[in-house]
Design a binder for this molecule. Structure first.
Ligand code: DQA
Length: 141
């Protein structure tokens, strides 16, 4: 299975953000773990991160013809970007929304996700392992 993994705004500085919330790993380490987990599960993962909302939307469009499953962590955009919601709504393949931290137990503005209702599954507060859970979910027969 081909899986697109799209990380969004501020996830490039993951290792500098609160390790209690985000696990203390770098984005490079996260992407390397995701790539290895995907191989174990017989999948191919294409991992990308951007701080540009327009680029994120363009990547969603690109993945439409490639991905058989999609894992997204749009970061703060999850809470307000209808542009990203509209782009993700184009997918007909399963979509997993991942957040490293448990956004449902943080500030009230983080408890709302504009993509929650179009996600096939949501994984919150599992740190980097949440991405493995997402791949396992997508890879299951
Ligand atoms: C996050 C949660 C968001 O609220 C936050 O803006 C992020 C990271 C997470 O993975 O826990 O940047 O998506």
């Amino acid at each position: 299975m081909r899986v697109a993994v799209l990380n969004g705004v501020n996830l490039d500085l993951l290792e500098r953000r609160d390790p209690a919330l985000y696990g203390g790993v770098s984005l490079a380490e996260l992407h390397s773990r995701v790539t290895a987990w995907a191989v174990e599960l017989g999948c191919t993962a294409r991992c990308r991160q951007t701080n540009s909302e327009g680029e994120y939307v363009n990547w969603c469009h690109e993945e439409l013809d490639w991905a058989e499953g999609i894992v997204v962590n749009p970061g703060a955009w999850s809470h307000y970007s209808y542009a990203i919601r509209d782009a993700l709504e184009l997918f007909s393949v399963p979509l997993v929304e991942v957040h490293l931290s448990n956004v449902d137990q943080r500030e009230s503005w983080r408890r709302h996700s504009v993509i929650a209702d179009i996600a096939t599954k949501r994984i919150l507060g599992r740190g980097p392992d949440g991405y493995r859970d997402a791949l396992e979910f997508l890879a299951q027969p």
